[in-house]
Every structure is written in C-alpha cells, then in structure tokens.
Write a new protein. Structure first.
Length: 540
C-alpha cells in the first residue's frame, strides 16, 4: 500500500509544477478539441441533418433497442419492478443457497448434490452491486447534465429524459443479466465481467468467435476512454467548478490543485479494488442521494403551488418547444434523450461490469436489480433537479418574467443577473434562491457525486484494461495512475472540451454493446424464466 501511495505522490509532483503555468486550461482545451471533434463526428454521425437539427444514428439505436427490449420482455420495467425491490431487500436470498422444487434434477439438468454453488462466486451483495452501479450513474449528470439539458432544450427536455430513463430500465435489465451470466471468476475468487466477456463468450457460443473477440476489444477500448472522460474528467470538472466558486478561486492553478487532491483521494480508494469500492459506495450513495433528494423536496414543498405549473410547462414544451435554437420538437427530444442516456448509461453496458461481481446463482436476479438504476437516476433524481430549476426560473410566479432565457447561448450557458452560468452553476443558483448556505450544501453534494462516480468508473475502466493487457499488478497500477492523471486534467480544463469528449466516449460504447445484446437477448429470456420459476417454487 505504501508503494502505491508513493506512486500517486510521484505522479502529483510533475502535475504540481505543470499547474503553475499560466493558461493551463487553454492548453488542455487545445489538446482536447481535435480529439473531441474527431470522436464526436464519428460517434454522433447524423442519419438526418438540416439547418436546425441533426439526428445521430447512435441515439436512434439506443431508443429503438430500448423500445424493442421493453416490448419483447413484456415491460419488465413495470411488471418486475416490485420483484426488483424485493431482491435488493434480500427477500429471495435463500434461493441462492438451495434449489427449489421437488424434481430430482435441478435447473439446467444438473443432478442435485453435484451442483456447484454458484452463489459462492462473487464479491458483493445485491445491494452493494446496486450501490456501486448507481454511484456510477448518479453523478453530476443529475446536477450539471440536467441543467445543461434545460438550458439547451428548455423544460420539454425533462419529459424526454424521463421517457428515455423509463425505456432504459429494460436495456439495463438485459445487459446486467448477461454480465452475470458470462462472467469469469479467477482462482482467487475475483470476478471479471461486463460486455467484454458476454460479447466474446456469447458470440463464440453462436459460432462467431472471431467477431466476438474483435467487438469485445473495441468495447474495452471505448470503456477505458469512457472511464477517463464521462466517468472521471467530467466529474472532476464540475466538482472543481463548484469548489472554486465556493472558495472564491479564479486561477487555473487552483483547478489543478483541487484536481490533485481529488486524484489522491480517489487513488487511495480505488487501490482497494471492488470490495473497497463497494464498502465506500454502499455508505456514500444512499447518504448523498438521500441528502440531495431531501433538499429538492424542501424546495418543491416551499413552492408547492408552482409544481403543477412546472409539470404543465414540461409537457407543453416537450411537444411545442419555444427554446431558442433548440430545433423544434425533434431538437428538444434529442437533447432530452442525449442527456438521459449520458446520465443513466443504459445501453452503454458499463453498469454490467459492477453487477457481474454480485453473489448469486441466478443471473436474472441481478438484471432485475439493475433496472432500478435508470428509475432512481433519471425518473426520480433528474426530474427533481429539473423541477427545481424550472420553478427557480419562474422567478416566484409562473406567469412572470423568467430569470434566464431557455436556449441560452446555444452551448449550454445562460445569463442570470448579468453573469454567465453553465452546468452545475445553474443548479447552484437555483438552490441558493431557496436554501441558506446552499452553496456549501451543493458543493458537498457535487463533490460526493463526483467522487462516487469516479471510483465506480475506475472499476469499469480497470476491468476493460485487464481484458486488454492482462491481470497483472503492474498493468493495474498503470491504469490507476492514468486514471488519477485524468482527474487532474478534468479539473483544469473547461466544461465544453471535457463534456464533448465524455459524450463521445460514453456513446461509443453503445455500438459494440448492442451487438452483444442483440445476439444474446434470448439467453436473458431463458434466465428470467429460470429465476421467476424459482421464486414461484419458493412461494409455493
């Protein structure tokens, strides 16, 4: 451990020197801009383009896939919601320790007494896996991302975010079931799972071994990029924004210093692996999410008479948007879907990496647990954030003048009181209107959201790194040092360059992941029946 901490300090020394240079943010932006532009042009390639809107193929793929899975599995996001809650509560834990039913043969034809106890494989509980995965999705996409969606697309973007989150519950169910089904378990009990494994192993079962290997490698590369971008740099960027505002710091060097402190904090946690990460997230995630939701509820309660006006505006603007430059109905729909997909990551496959480490013998049980993530992340927390911002923009009266203009400058920034605000800054301004010292509260919330997301995504990226470069300790440390480096880079750079890169890398994961899902969704149906039959046998 001491050697690993020294490695973190060794990395910090040159960064401290680099941080003293003037114009650090401009240098990083200049380095990131061509990379961001290149990836964005490929990942968000439009299948339709006009003067006002572009419809990227990746968003159409995400939505169409989510609709298909929702219908094919007969709305698991509705009819299996209660079961998912019960699994997290531990109601069906006994199923992982015995087989139900009176037959001499267990499921899959195994003879009783010779069945390997698959529940012994795994490292974390259902709740810990959910907490780890939720901490990877419930992040600054819920604070900064929602504000960005509303600033760009107006209130109507909220409606499409919720719809995307609801449909994404089905996609999460499919990919996380596969994550457990095709996971690898090392000799020391360490679990290795995620799209890399279900793509390579699943496609091999169907006679496409070479294709499976190629697609799995592509996913692993994109996942590493996503861990450096959306799961890291974008998070440290927004944490730094609110910390600098709270502390009254303006210099670029201050951002780098904050990044170094965050990097060391994150580094100490991620060195411990998934068990350490799970131990942290199962405590931090419920606390931070609960605290944030309570603050939102307080603001909404104080403005109860405006809630119906806010919802009315959301529905009206969803189909008849007035935000400047949003590009009409299709434009606001795309803004909502894009920000929701970035926030809950349904379809990207990332969460299946965390869920694959669960202790269970029924892969569908964890798939059901996973469908709760988009609900918590998008349907609940994102909606609350949106309502707070919209009510704030009413200026105390839904019929009065707006505090800021929806659409802003077209890049996500809006003018409030003569000052420009973007991302978490907009949400912070809304909270400050109703809660004394809310700048302190929201700073704590943003930092907790950021750190929890970073430590979860470090695990996702590391698993992909292991898939590509092996499971040696040196390879692990190389990844962790690079990850900590991107914490500092994200803290020092501007929001636009970091978020453009982050969007591209997160959405890039969708393409290889969807290949795996469409080859393997019949396996999920079989595993769902196996688990629901076991539950029925338990009840009987």
């Amino acid at each position: 451990m001491k050697k690993k901490l020294l490695s973190l300090l060794f990395l910090a020394i040159p960064m401290l020197t680099f941080a003293q240079e003037k114009g650090l943010d401009q240098k990083i932006d200049e380095a990131f801009k061509p990379i961001s532009d290149f990836f964005s042009s490929i990942i968000f390639f439009p299948i339709y383009k006009s003067e006002s809107i572009e419809i990227p193929f990746v968003l159409l793929l995400l939505v169409a896939s989510a609709v298909f899975f929702t219908i094919y599995f007969k709305f698991p996001n509705v009819f299996h919601f209660k079961t998912a809650i019960n699994v997290v509560r531990g109601k069906y834990d006994d199923l992982d320790h015995h087989e139900s039913g009176d037959s001499d043969l267990a499921v899959e034809g195994d003879i009783k007494g010779t069945i390997k106890d698959e529940s012994a494989e795994g490292e974390v509980t259902h709740f810990q896996a959910l907490a780890t995965a939720v901490s990877g999705t419930v992040g600054n996409g819920n604070i900064a991302g929602v504000a960005l969606a509303i600033a760009l697309g107006g209130p109507g973007a909220t409606f499409w975010m919720v719809i995307c989150g609801f449909l994404g519950m089905s996609t999460k169910f499919v990919e996380c079931t596969l994550g457990v089904q095709y996971r690898d378990v090392g000799e020391d009990g360490t679990v290795y799972g995620g799209p890399m494994y279900y793509i390579s192993k699943g496609l091999k079962e169907r006679g496409f071994e070479i294709l499976g290997k190629i697609v799995a490698v592509i996913f692993a590369i994109f996942c590493i990029g996503g861990s450096f971008g959306g799961g890291n740099a974008a998070q440290s960027n927004q944490a730094t924004v609110v910390l600098k505002e709270l502390l009254g710091l303006e210099s670029t060097a201050a951002g780098a210093w904050i990044g170094i402190v965050l990097a060391i904090l994150v580094g100490v946690i991620i060195i411990g692996g998934i068990k350490r990460i799970a131990q942290v997230t199962e405590k931090v995630v419920p606390f931070m999410a609960g605290l944030y939701v309570l603050a939102c509820l307080y603001i909404l309660g104080a403005n109860f008479s405006l809630i119906d006006d806010a919802f009315a505006l959301i529905f009206r603007e969803a189909f008849n948007p007035t935000a400047i430059g949003v590009g009409g109905f299709i434009g606001v729909l795309l803004v909502g879907f894009k920000r929701a997909a970035f926030s809950n990551e349904a379809g990207a496959g990332s969460a299946s990496i965390a869920h694959s480490a669960v202790k269970t013998k029924y892969s569908a049980s964890e798939g059901l647990v996973a469908l709760l993530e988009p609900f918590i992340d998008t349907v609940v927390i994102c909606t609350m954030t949106a309502l707070v911002i919209i009510i704030f923009n009413f200026g105390g009266d839904a019929s009065g003048a707006s505090v800021f203009q929806y659409g802003g400058d077209g890049a996500g920034a809006v003018m409030i009181g003569g000052e420009s605000f973007e991302g978490a800054g907009i949400t912070s301004k809304a909270f400050a209107e109703y809660i004394p010292y809310s700048n302190v509260f929201l700073t704590i919330a943003v930092v907790l959201f950021a750190v929890s997301t970073m430590i979860s995504w470090s695990y996702y990226g590391l698993q992909s790194w292991k898939y590509l470069f092996g499971r040696g300790k040196r390879a692990d440390m190389a990844y962790k040092l690079l990850f900590c480096l991107f914490v500092v880079i994200g803290a020092a750079a501007s929001m636009k360059s970091i978020w453009d890169f982050s969007d591209a890398m997160i959405f890039a994961m969708v393409f290889p992941n969807m290949i795996g899902l469409f080859f393997l969704f019949p396996v999920v149906k079989k595993q769902l029946k196996r688990y629901t039959d076991a539950i029925k046998g338990e009840k009987a």
